[in-house]
Design a protein around this ligand. Sequence first.
Ligand SMILES: [Zn+2]
Ligand SMILES: [Zn+2]
Length: 294
Amino acid sequence: MLVILYGLYRWAARRVAYRNDYCLSCADVRLAIQVRTFDVGHVFCVPLLPLGYRQRWFCSDCGSNPHQRVETSQRFKRFAAFIFAVGAIFFWLIPIERPEDVPIAWGLRLVVTAMFLGALAWCRTAPPTSLKELLTTVPPLPRDACALCGGALDERAFCGACKASRLEVDVPFQPGRQLTSSSRPAKQVSAAHEREKGYLLGSGLFVIGVGMTIHSWHTALQHGYYYPSLSAFGPTLACLGLAALLEPVQFYRRMAHTARTGRREPWGTLPRSQRILTIIGIAAGLVNYILLRA
Ligand SMILES: [Zn+2]
Ligand SMILES: [Zn+2]
């Protein structure tokens, strides 16, 4: 809802420049176009906050920001491995007291350990090629004619006909330069790929959360003690996992974005299912804690 309450208008869009660029989404050299807009922040659709002129680059082929990463960063892979390592250590540390618990306990241990090993193997896959290296393969465009309209360029590489400037990427082109096999170009990651990762994270969180809840009830009923933090944290984790399973692509993208930029998503922009399940999760954690205390 909050997303609709306020936002950004981009007015007076105009093409101001172009250059040859490497588009990470297309995984190839593409013509990129810089568009200038006058941005105004709005509240309830009333334009209130003029932010001035802003320029952004677009790929002429796919429309995305050419330098926006599409491949999973190493940081995100390591983060996933860390989460599963914590889960695996947790399940290996829980003692198995009753013989009838043995199959469940070993099942959980093996599943979470397998997830950890899978995440480790994922960490070992090659990191995406650095953008700087890819940019050395971008040839500059012709200096005499405008790539947008075909008009003549003046000595400042400015097209008088369509009022666009010819620019180049900062990294100089190296003719004949080939990427080695170890530095393969970034490949496009489809939504299906992101969905798999979302499901992986979601199911991991869900299994760990349910395991913690079962464990705290088990020790409370059988032995008369429990860990308060586990009893409250378990249901919260399980609900978070469930939220990820409901919208795996969204969940993955947000996690990856947070891992990349270090910025947390504002609560208002989270999908509704995630907000509801987070509240339910915290409530369930509290209820679980209170029930166990009684
Ligand atoms: Zn593109
Ligand atoms: Zn032109």
